[in-house]
Design a protein around this ligand. Structure first.
Ligand code: ADP
Ligand code: ZN
Ligand code: ZN
Length: 745
């Protein structure tokens, strides 16, 4: 008998991060389960709450316990294993349980407010025998009507009048006549909204596996078949057939009744990727990502929940997908930073996946051509099993990479954005009717506007960040808070008219390319050109069809696409990321360059990669140019070791923020003093210091970074900070605890 339930209420305040007892009214006693969203009265308002436990007694005064008002959702939003996972996250990331729940479950599913969509469709109004008789009767008099009936006999589809007419190539009037005669009738059913992706019909053709692929698959299958829990790092160069490995393993899992989750970085969640999975698994896949409408998310979630779909493909939050009997989680491009959530809760999907599988059993596969330093290190330590695909399919060679020293170019009198070699390569490629990718990881036209008289840089009024010039709208925009302003004629500081645009973005490159290569069809792909739904896909489709000669873009073009006709990849400048104040900047540069370089040399064409840089001697750039992961890894791991950076320590970045700078500085210093008491557990305290972005959306930011050796120690220090330090603090000051931070900016 369930007399009481423990409810966590949806009020994100830390002193309410406990469960509260509520009484279960008689009518709900047999229905209510862990994971139900409910309405309850809290204080004097109605709030949403989540059932996280049962009890036959309560410590509260019996007369004061309130009843649950209603159960909102028919579905349980999480089961006990997922609840365990959520609790682990709250503890590991030091955040509120309710925040975790809300980031794991789509909003529409919680509120239940999204309406189910019903469709009306036409069906036969008599049994088959009778229909056959009518078909015979209509054969001469009304051949089109006959065809419609035949179509419905043969096809099990839900079509409206106009859809049916279209399928049989006739008019809606013909269909209506059949309705009038009573041969067809309308029926209604609940339809699931599906995200848009171009379907090609599921095909059965599968490539014959290479020896390497087969070996990798066999090793993983031992665990799938034996129901063992394990995790793998699949290190496969670009184009080595990792995706094919995923498809086969999933297939094997399915045949044993196991579902799967496939995580891909948001930017590579291209329709091409989805299409590949659809071809193999058809409607067994559900797609989850942030671009879906509320209704689509709701319906995809429910398709998984009810077992209509067994494979979830999605970005970060798909790690929480309600996949039935989930026995496999694949994380493609596991090194990607988009797996780490940039807001509370600051979780990393890789860590969550590993934990989920620990709790409920299964296999995790981390796939990458450029594994994160941490994952590679853990694979060497035996925490993950290491598997490698060392060759490209068809034993294609990796493309040759040349590094161009842009200082040299300048000395030789070339002031253009493009080096002589890059221009020559592009021209050659255009002559041969091949295609070119030009990469720059910065959108907009110019990075900043600087006064040449006083040196003033025009910055966002809310953030300590220079505004980016966007030519197409002739405006200045903040890429952090989206503040927009017109371009001033005079320097706001000194009034000088000598203000100039500095630095380059993709928009500028596009313009320069158009000037330089007249006649070539040039397109740009970045956040600014892909806001409209489907536009991302259309740009890629034009490349695929060969309609575009040169595609210029940001990270978006760096991954996931597989086009055989691309023969030149140009990187405008490799230094943008290298110069960021972040200990991972070398790693990022290596990863990005390797990914971009992997876009060519596919198919039978010989590709060529040209990297322009001002620091050609940097080991990240040299290793990337040789496609040599190990060379890069060995250098990088040594410097991490020397400086106690991960994987040799566990980091936490505590950001202190507020509207008054003085208060922020004071709080940061107090925290520093507090932490000093725990110094024996801490390897190093960096700061307090102004955060690299010192002001963001009008709030001043300071930070303290802790390097701690060991998870338990870190957990202890953070727990102490939360229970002893934070409650004493001024409510005007915000503290962000970013565990395992990935962006130090
Ligand atoms: P990765 O994910 O490692 O970049 P993919 O799985 O995308 O590599 O494979 C690269 C290309 O090779 C794809 O077009 C894929 O269809 C094809 N491919 C994969 N495995 C095989 C195989 N065993 N035989 C022939 N082609 C294959
Ligand atoms: Zn701003
Ligand atoms: Zn000035």
């Amino acid at each position: 008998m369930t007399d009481y339930v423990k409810i966590i209420v949806d009020i994100p305040l830390s002193h309410l991060d406990n469960s509260y007892d509520y009484r279960v009214p008689e009518k709900y006693k047999d229905i209510i389960k862990i994971g139900h969203a409910v309405k309850v009265r809290f204080g004097n308002r109605m709030v949403v709450g989540f059932v996280i436990g049962f009890s036959n007694t309560t410590d509260l005064d019996k007369d004061r316990v309130r009843d649950i008002s209603s159960i909102i959702t028919k579905e349980e939003l999480f089961n006990e294993e997922m609840l365990e996972l959520f609790k682990w996250m709250a503890s590991y990331y030091k955040c509120l349980l309710v925040k975790v729940i809300k980031s794991a479950i789509p909003t529409g599913v919680i509120t239940g407010k999204v309406k189910k969509k019903r469709v009306r469709f036409l069906s036969l109004n008599q049994n088959q025998e009778e229909t056959d008789r009518i078909i015979n009767e209509l054969r001469k008099k009304a051949p089109k009507q006959k065809e419609i009936l035949e179509f419905l006999l043969a096809n099990d589809e839900y079509l409206s009048t106009s859809q049916l007419a279209e399928r049989v190539s006739t008019s809606a009037g013909t269909v209506s006549r059949l309705i009038k005669k009573g041969y067809l009738k309308y029926e209604e059913k609940i339809s699931r909204r599906r995200p848009y992706f171009k379907k090609s019909s599921p095909g059965s053709s599968k490539p014959e596996l290479t020896k390497e692929q087969q070996e990798v698959i066999d090793k993983i299958l031992v665990n799938i078949k034996g129901n063992k829990t394990d995790s793998y790092l699949l290190h496969g160069v670009t184009g080595s057939g990792k995706t094919e490995v995923y498809l086969r393993i999933i297939e094997e899992g399915l045949s044993r009744g196991k579902g799967a989750i496939v995580l891909v970085p948001e930017i590579s969640l291209t329709p091409m990727m989805v299409r590949r999975f659809y071809q193999r698994f058809g409607d067994k896949i559900a797609v989850l990502h942030s671009n879906l409408s509320l209704g689509e998310r709701y319906d995809e979630w429910r398709r998984l929940y009810y077992g209509e779909a067994l494979i979830a493909i999605g970005a970060r939050s798909a790690v929480f997908a309600p996949v039935k009997n989930c026995g496999l989680i694949i994380i493609d491009e596991e090194h990607e930073t988009s797996y780490k959530q940039g807001e509370n809760p600051y979780y990393h999907a890789r860590e969550v996946a590993l934990k989920r599988v620990k709790l409920s059993g299964g296999v995790v596969i981390l796939g990458s051509a450029t594994p994160s330093l941490e994952s590679y290190y853990y694979a060497q330590e035996g925490k993950f099993k290491y598997l490698a695909l060392t060759e490209r399919i068809n034993t294609e060679e990796m493309p040759p990479v040349s590094i161009i020293d842009m200082r040299e170019e300048l000395r030789n009198g070339n002031t253009s954005i493009f080096s002589t070699s890059l221009k020559k390569a592009i021209n050659n490629s255009l002559l041969k009717k091949e295609q070119v990718l030009i990469f720059l990881n910065r959108r907009g036209y110019a990075n900043f506007i600087l006064c040449r008289e006083c040196g003033h840089v025009i910055k966002c009024k809310n953030c300590d960040i220079s505004l980016t010039y966007h030519e197409s709208e002739n405006s200045l925009r903040c890429h952090y808070c989206d503040f927009t302003s017109i371009v001033p004629r005079n320097c706001p500081a000194c009034g000088s008219v000598f203000i100039k645009k500095f630095g380059i973005g993709t928009e500028r490159i596009e313009e320069e390319l158009k000037k330089e290569f007249t006649g070539a069809v040039i397109e740009r792909m970045d956040v600014d050109t892909t806001t409209r739904k489907g536009s991302h896909y259309e740009i890629l489709e034009r490349i695929e069809k060969g309609e575009t000669d040169i595609l210029v873009g940001t990270q978006m073009i760096a991954k996931g696409h597989d086009y055989p006709n691309i023969s030149v990849v140009g990187v405008i400048t490799a230094d943008n990321i290298l110069n960021l104040p972040d200990f991972r900047s070398g790693e990022r540069t290596f990863q990005l360059l390797t990914q971009v370089a992997g876009r060519t040399g596919r198919g039978s064409k010989n590709g060529e990669v040209i990297i322009q840089t001002y620091t050609p001697e940097h080991y990240s750039i040299i290793a990337a140019s040789k496609h040599d992961y190990l060379q890069f890894y060995n250098q990088e791991i040594n410097s991490r070791k020397k400086l106690f950076y991960p994987p040799f320590s566990q980091l936490v970045n505590i950001i202190i923020q507020g509207y008054q700078e003085q208060g922020v500085v004071k709080a940061a210093e107090q925290l520093n003093v507090f932490l000093k008491d725990y110094q024996q557990y801490i390897k190093e305290i960096l700061g307090p210091s102004p955060a690299p972005i010192n002001k963001l959306r009008n709030r001043y930011r300071w930070q303290i970074i802790l390097k701690i050796q060991g998870w338990a120690k870190r957990n202890f220090i953070l727990a102490e900070t939360r229970s002893k330090f934070l409650p004493e603090q001024d409510k005007e000051i915000g503290f962000i605890i970013d565990v395992d931070p990935i962006k130090m900016l």
